[in-house]
Write a protein that binds this ligand. Structure first.
Ligand code: AHR
Length: 521
């Protein structure tokens, strides 16, 4: 399903020659200047969205265990998972796929569960899909989290009528036959669907389409998907992956006026030549730490260039760039079903998460929503479960640290950073972003990706009068430090006591391999 990347990489090969991202270089320590007197755009809370696909134990076992399960549950939803996700304020959940979405027929997932058809999940392991988690179950999940719903419609193997009826089933106020069916299935009030994805990866698993054909289909599906009620439903077209700029150009040109946003998918792989050899999640050499960092930072250039194309058609930046699949993708965990995309999550993933979130903050004018892939048990997951056990990953804890970024005003920063070098990889060692939260407090996030060196950072504050600084840190002693069911607290935030404030400036020494969030008062 990812063969398209190969074509893209070959045609756009020069983009891979990208070297050090544009950060001024220093030797020794780093310098950050926070321009609090020049507030930037708001970083939508939706950027902290998550993706939950019918894939492996992403849904079944991970979120949904059913009402009869001995695992403590609230009407079938795991209580431990609900509680953990509520604590990080998940703003939006994308469902049901992914590749799964373009083979999903919504009628299979409504009505009495015992009568729902059993299908084969042809994308992910060829396992039975009993459809016991369908539309009402997903909406119940989102409701319990207090999250918005981002539904991916089936464009690849479905019809505009099917999508239009699904939207009507979900959103129409009482009166129509479909609204009556929804009521009979237990939900008389309309569901709120804030976002509709028009297919997924239409260039790949969504139907191997040319951009022109995808654009025509996008316009057709968008035309007939009409939400009932007063609430606007934003329509997000299936956008490019990586550096497929021609896809963005075509979609914006032919579909720009019919859509509200365009998705972007980008996965970080330590080894990025062959999708069958991506590198291990644990026990990797430093060279793969380094390539993971370099490859993660590439998304900055991808967003910049896709945004520039969008600017041509949408100079007022009304259309959203929605990074609705991002994160690390490693080789499957030893002994796991390769179709289930199970991988451990380590300190390296925490650092990757911090880098991505800082980059999204710098692009808050255009990146208005995102979804990490994925929420539970799949790829760069927040949570891992096994039967009744659950563990929070290092990535989860980074999302916890960045909660103040949700709906905060971004503050521009100037950054001068020393470099981290390994083999042919050279990248800035420090990444940073800053915000003023909705209560007016300023926060600065700092990532030190150097696996060996603690780095002193001095932070100048323009337009902030702060008297105290406190913070939290996620770090560890090994590149692949991780949490397991047996040892769940190896990587978790602790108070950061290494920052000082004097004369309106902050100094801190960032330990190697760390993500720090400072709170200024
Ligand atoms: O997240 C796993 C898969 O990656 C998704 O189903 C697909 O959209 C992408 O190729």
């Amino acid at each position: 399903m990812r063969g398209k990347y190969l074509r893209t990489l070959m045609t756009m090969g020069c983009a891979l020659a990208m070297t050090v991202p544009a950060v001024a270089q220093t030797t020794g320590g780093a310098t950050v200047t926070v321009q609090a007197d020049r507030p930037g755009p708001v970083m939508n809370r939706q950027v902290f969205g998550q993706f939950a696909e019918h894939l492996g134990h992403g849904i079944y076992g991970g979120i949904w265990v059913g009402e009869g399960s001995p695992i403590p549950n609230d009407h079938g939803y795991r209580r431990d998972v609900l509680d953990a996700l509520k604590a990080i304020k998940v703003p939006v959940v994308r469902w049901p796929g992914g590749c799964f979405a373009d083979e999903y027929h919504w009628r299979d997932g409504i009505g009495p569960r015992a009568k729902r058809p059993v299908k084969i999940n042809t994308n992910w392991g060829g396992v039975d899909e009993d459809n016991s988690f369908g539309t009402n179950e997903f909406m119940g999940f989102a409701e319990r989290l207090g999250a918005e719903a981002y539904i991916s419609a089936n464009v690849g193997s479905g019809t505009p009528a099917e999508t239009s009826e699904w939207v009507e089933y979900m959103t129409s106020p009482n009166g129509s036959t479909l609204a009556g069916e929804r009521a009979a299935n237990g939900h008389p009030a309309p569901f709120q669907v804030r976002y509709l994805g028009i297919g997924n990866e239409l260039w790949g698993c969504g139907g191997n389409m040319r951009a022109e054909y995808a654009a025509d289909l996008t316009n057709r599906f968008a035309q007939f998907a009409k939400a009932g009620g007063k609430d606007k439903m934003l329509k997000i077209a299936s956008g490019p992956s990586d550096e497929d700029y021609p896809w963005t150009e075509t979609l914006m040109k032919l579909s720009g006026k019919y859509i509200d946003g365009l998705s972007l998918h980008y996965y970080t792989r330590p080894r990025d030549k062959d999708w069958n050899d991506k590198g291990a999640a644990l026990g990797f050499p430093e060279s793969e730490w380094a390539t993971t960092m370099r490859n993660t930072l590439r998304i900055d250039e991808y967003i910049t260039r896709h945004s520039a194309i969008m600017d041509k058609y949408d100079p007022e930046k009304k259309k959203w760039l929605v990074v609705d699949e991002w994160g690390t993708w490693y080789d499957p965990a030893p002994g796991s079903n390769p179709g289930f995309l199970v991988q451990q999550n380590s300190l390296r993933d925490a650092v990757v998460a911090g880098l991505n979130l800082n980059i999204f903050a710098h692009h808050a004018d255009r990146v208005k929503m995102a979804a990490i892939a994925q929420m539970v048990n799949v790829l760069q997951a927040m949570l891992l479960t096994d039967g009744a056990k659950m563990v929070k990953t290092p990535t989860y804890w980074v999302f916890d640290l960045y909660k103040p970024w949700q709906d905060a005003t971004t503050l521009p920063i100037d950054l001068q950073s020393p470099l981290y070098r390994n083999g042919d990889v050279t990248v800035p060692a420090i990444s940073a972003s800053a915000v003023r939260d909705t209560a007016g407090q300023v926060h600065v996030a700092l990532v030190n990706l150097d696996p060996h060196r603690a780095i002193p950072v001095s932070i100048g504050l323009a337009g902030v009068r702060a008297g105290t600084v406190s913070g939290r840190i996620v770090t560890g002693t090994a590149m692949d430090a991780h949490n397991s069911f047996e040892a769940p607290d190896v990587v978790r935030p602790v108070a950061f006591t290494g920052a000082r404030i004097a004369g309106g400036a902050v100094t801190a020494t960032l330990p190697a391999m760390s993500v720090v969030v400072l709170d200024l008062r």
